[in-house]
Design a protein around this ligand. Structure first.
Ligand code: 6MZ
Length: 346
């Protein structure tokens, strides 16, 4: 089976997908229609053309944080947020994704509170529990938050976790890596961890070995990106040794890193160093809407660029299940992927 057929057909798990960054062009247009019908003013059509950051775009990582505002304008009401969640879930399902951990930052808008934001996404995922794709929510804390705001999000997440233990699995730190410092978020994250939530951190998306080391020593359950950890990519021997010692699984976002210029090109992506060092890696999309990609496309790129054979790619898909936050789903997802592997002689 060639990769164009294998990658979409193979059951896959998505563990790093920001809701508002995942909105496809068709979802954005549907949200516009929905908002117009419900009398909510949002974003002009002209802005929608600026939403995607493709190959060769002059915008870099810092610029991309402006782009999310376009999506945020479209998901300010419970109705539009629920619609965005449902459509995104279905797109991942159509791409062969059998389990997803969507992540999103609760926002207070003129139309809903932060609590309503988390409740809306949680209710929507719960109401889609009958779909073949299984889904969970990771609540995001943005690095541009004050300590007080971060504590409020953490407490809110813990409270909502009691209400939606079947949906909410974790908390994460994301946002512009050039803003804020990790140590300020440690108390909020620790509180969430003590309440039973899993932790994932955007780590080393830009060069900051001191912070990378603090993050790794915090022992999160997973990290996102991990670009600047190996000494060849702006990390130090100490950061690399810490990752190797702790074996923290890394959510890999190839196209995101290339399009934001965190990585020079696919060929020089740090996936190779992590894979060769046997660090657990999970292929993810990050923001499939903004970076015009899909989970199967990321698997295909990975195979093409790093010369993986179909059995090696299938092994990546099946190993990824070990790092899923919802323990109760692991067995059935693993079976689904292994059945596919056996049936196709991979
Ligand atoms: C760091 C990112 C990101 O939460 O509104 N986000 N944070 N690095 C990245 N690499 C490109 N991509 C997305 O989804 C959008 C938010 O996710 C975070 C940013 O905080 C962005 O505003 P939600 O659903």
């Amino acid at each position: 089976m060639d990769f164009n057929k294998l990658c979409p057909a193979m059951p896959k798990v998505e563990l790093h997908a920001h809701l508002n960054g995942s909105l496809s062009r068709s979802t954005l247009l549907e949200l516009k229609r929905f908002n117009a019908d419900t009398g909510v003013t949002d974003t002009s059509d002209a802005f929608l053309d600026e939403f995607q950051i493709g190959a060769g775009d002059t915008r870099n990582l810092s610029d991309c944080f402006q782009v999310f505002n376009i999506a945020h304008r479209l998901t300010r009401t419970p109705g539009s947020l629920a619609l965005a969640t449902t459509l995104t879930l279905k797109e991942f399902q159509d791409d062969g994704c059998c389990y997803i951990e969507l992540r999103s930052t609760p926002k207070e808008t003129p139309f809903m509170t932060s609590r309503q934001y988390i409740e809306t996404v949680s209710e929507t995922l719960r109401s889609n529990a009958h779909l073949p794709i299984k889904s969970r929510l990771i609540v995001s804390i943005n690095r541009n938050s004050s300590i007080k705001e971060a504590e409020a999000i953490s407490e809110l997440t813990i409270s909502c976790y009691k209400q939606y233990p079947d949906v909410i699995v974790g908390i994460e730190l994301s946002g512009d890596p050039n803003i804020g410092q990790f140590e300020d978020f440690v108390p909020s994250l620790t509180k969430a961890r003590c309440a039973g939530l899993k932790i994932t951190l955007h780590c080393g998306e830009v060069c900051n070995p001191k912070e990378v080391l603090e993050m790794l020593r915090f022992r999160p359950d997973r990290i996102g990106h991990g670009v600047c950890i190996h000494p060849n990519f702006g990390g130090t021997q100490e950061t690399w040794d810490a990752l190797c010692k702790f074996q923290i699984p890394v959510e890999i976002c190839l196209t995101s890193n290339v399009n934001t210029k965190s990585t020079l090109d696919y060929n020089s992506h740090h996936f190779k160093e992590l894979y060769n060092a046997n660090i657990p890696v999970i292929i993810c999309t990050d923001d499939k809407g903004v970076f015009s990609t899909s989970l199967s496309q990321e698997y295909r790129i990975c195979a093409d660029v790093f010369g993986l054979q179909p059995p090696q790619l299938a092994k990546l898909a099946s190993n990824a299940v070990d790092y899923v936050f919802a323990d109760e789903e692991k067995k059935s997802i693993k079976e689904k992927i292994l059945n596919f592997i056996n049936k196709n002689g991979l």
